[in-house]
Design a protein around this ligand. Structure first.
Ligand code: CA
Length: 603
């Protein structure tokens, strides 16, 4: 279009537009720029929640203190948002950026809502082929979280895709294929960002799978590298030296079963050490005997791995449960921090493992520092302080002698996916614990391997077990008298001793965070939000959210001078669920609480 405006005016007009545009772009870029530096500093002010575990060390410790021990009892609902129809528990940790909360719910539906009001900004449904994928999901139609980077929300899809969505609109920027559900893989964990790469692992350990995690360019979605947790067919070339080493710790024809070692939750990145830490799942099938690996370690199942983000090269590994036969995935969330132990400054990685031991390792070298039971344990008599290897109780190997043996903890674990948190002021970790869980194990009689199916090699619900199974003696803190349920355990990682404990919660469902207000906030799976003093465990708050199950962990953020606490929960299924129960379904929700909030909680 030709303009008839006087030239001078046109020039003035276009230059002011250009200036305006330049300003707008600069401001836009400034707020949009979640880069490596921003992620390295994430959690320092506590105003936003930019990464799965809040801080690079995944401590879930917020320096916010507007809500504190003196006023937390005034918490009330500010707003709620229905996240979807449900169909599984809510296990995700939402992210908060630029006044918006980003969340992921069942079937990997991603949403963005105004963090002040709960008003929806956008919603994106990956349209998973539910009937095809459902039979490949071992443990719930769940996703645990998202990542944010360079104007994108990075979202895992349970069917094996990885998506980058525009943070403002929810439109797809790129899509990558990490795995196929036809190969028995799913994705449930939250992706992590390391040096411009997205790192993601695949779930599916009870199915015939060969576990792995992989890296993709965060800006383009281009595949960078893959690291397998277990070796493949040894008649083919090994992918790397680590696989060659691992193959020597297996026997028989393990690769035909996949091997296991799925990666479905714990991961952390230390930008200073430039290492990604990854937890690996159990071997498949569960009994070592059925893997034809009696007395062999089966690297790298049930392990903590440290790899370089540029190449995926393995720097060190530590195997928590060599020759595992009890489904002790080592995938529980990590905390990275620096603490002084025996007068020595240590850069540590810590984990409250499914197997009941609390581990402290040197995160630079992988050297074992200490491990003690934080729950009842009888599969091992302790961890050798020199070698870091467990002293496995020979009676725990139900498969070697073909006996029924009751093992503590159960395959659900003393701690599972519920996030723990670490408060640097109290020096304590807050572990959602199942303190006295157990399961009676025996080898499935006449076990035959089935393609494409779950192959645990252990009968469901312990069917066929002896009426008087062996029960090897336990170590670890005893449960409260009469206590059957879960516990919140405050653990001192320096002394490896429990400081306080209180009933409620479990290794799976809900989770914890702590704040500079001397608070621990805990969500437990019966729908309650609770607050305790972080130093002593005095109970300060109890709110029944009305969601009654399928709960996710709490987060906090600050907007317009107001501190919020938010969480997701609900399964979307009728309470009770069976036997013609007519209770109406409570649809899953995202709830946000503030001091003196007055909205009504779900009924
Ligand atoms: Ca498992």
């Amino acid at each position: 279009m030709k303009t008839k405006r006087p030239r001078q005016i046109t020039v003035l007009f276009s230059s002011s537009i250009a200036l305006l545009l330049a300003t707008w772009v600069a401001v836009g870029q400034q707020t949009r720029r979640i880069d490596d530096a921003a992620l390295k500093n994430t959690g320092k002010t506590g105003e936003e929640w930019l990464a799965y575990g809040l801080t690079p060390g995944e401590t879930r410790y917020s320096p916010l203190k507007q809500i504190d021990r003196n006023n937390v009892s005034r918490l009330g609902l500010a707003w709620s948002y229905e996240v979807g129809p449900g169909g599984g528990p809510q296990e995700a940790t939402p992210l908060v950026w630029n006044g918006t909360i980003y969340g992921i719910t069942n079937w990997s539906v991603v949403f963005a809502v105004d963090a002040r009001t709960g008003k929806e900004r956008w919603r994106w449904d990956p349209e998973v082929n539910q009937s095809a994928v459902r039979s490949k999901i071992c443990c719930g139609v769940v996703n645990r979280g998202l990542a944010i980077y360079q104007g994108k929300i990075i979202a895992p899809v349970i069917d094996g895709r990885l998506e980058a969505l525009d943070v403002e609109t929810g439109k797809v920027i790129w899509e990558a294929r990490v795995a196929y559900h036809q190969d028995n893989y799913t994705i449930t964990m939250a992706p992590r960002i390391a040096k411009g790469k997205v790192i993601i692992g695949v779930a599916g350990g009870e199915f015939p799978t060969r576990g792995y995690f992989a890296a993709y360019d965060a800006n383009t979605g281009r595949f960078a590298w893959r690291f397998y947790a277990v070796p493949g067919d040894p008649s083919k070339p090994f992918e790397n030296a680590a696989m060659k080493k691992a193959a020597a710790t297996w026997d028989g024809d393990w690769w035909k079963f996949g091997g296991g070692g799925s990666i479905w939750d714990g991961m952390a990145y230390d930008p200073d050490a430039d290492l990604i830490y990854v937890g690996t799942g159990n071997g498949g099938p569960w009994p070592e005997q059925l893997r034809k690996s009696k007395g062999k370690d089966n690297l790298y199942v049930c392990s903590i791995l440290a790899v370089k983000p540029d190449t995926g090269e393995l720097k060190w590994y530590y195997q928590n449960t060599p020759g595992d036969s009890w489904d002790y995935d080592s995938v529980q969330g990590f905390v990275l921090t620096d603490i002084t132990i025996n007068g020595r400054h240590r850069k540590v990685i810590m984990q409250a493992n499914k197997n009941g031991f609390y581990y402290v390792l040197d995160r630079i070298t992988g050297a074992f520092i200490s491990a003690q039971p934080f729950a009842q344990v009888n599969w091992a008599k302790g961890i050798d302080p020199e070698t870091g290897r467990p002293i496995v109780n020979p009676d725990a190997h139900y498969d070697h002698n073909n006996e029924s043996v009751t093992i503590f903890p159960s395959n659900g674990g003393a701690h599972n996916w519920s996030p723990m948190s670490y408060n640097p002021v109290t020096g304590l970790v807050y572990i959602p614990t199942s303190p006295n869980s157990s399961r009676t194990f025996l080898v499935e009689p006449n076990f035959t391997f089935q393609e494409g199916r779950m192959n645990t090699g252990v009968p469901r619900g312990g069917r066929g077990a002896s009426a008087n199974p062996q029960v090897p003696p336990s170590i670890g803190p005893a449960a409260f008298e009469g206590q059957r349920g879960g516990m919140l355990v405050a653990w001192d990682p320096v002394t490896q001793k429990e400081r306080w404990r209180t009933p409620g919660g479990a290794g799976a469902g809900g989770g914890t965070m702590s704040t500079a207000g001397n608070l621990v906030l805990q969500v437990i799976n019966d729908g309650r939000l609770l607050a305790y003093t972080a130093d002593k465990g005095e109970k300060l708050l109890e709110i029944q959210t009305g969601l009654r199950g399928g709960m996710g962990p709490p987060i906090t953020y600050m907007l317009d001078g107001k501190q919020y606490i938010a969480l997701m929960g609900g399964t979307g299924q009728a309470a009770g669920g069976r036997g013609g129960d007519s209770t109406p379904a409570v649809r899953p929700k995202l709830l946000a609480f503030v001091l003196d909030g007055r909205e009504r909680l779900p009924q």
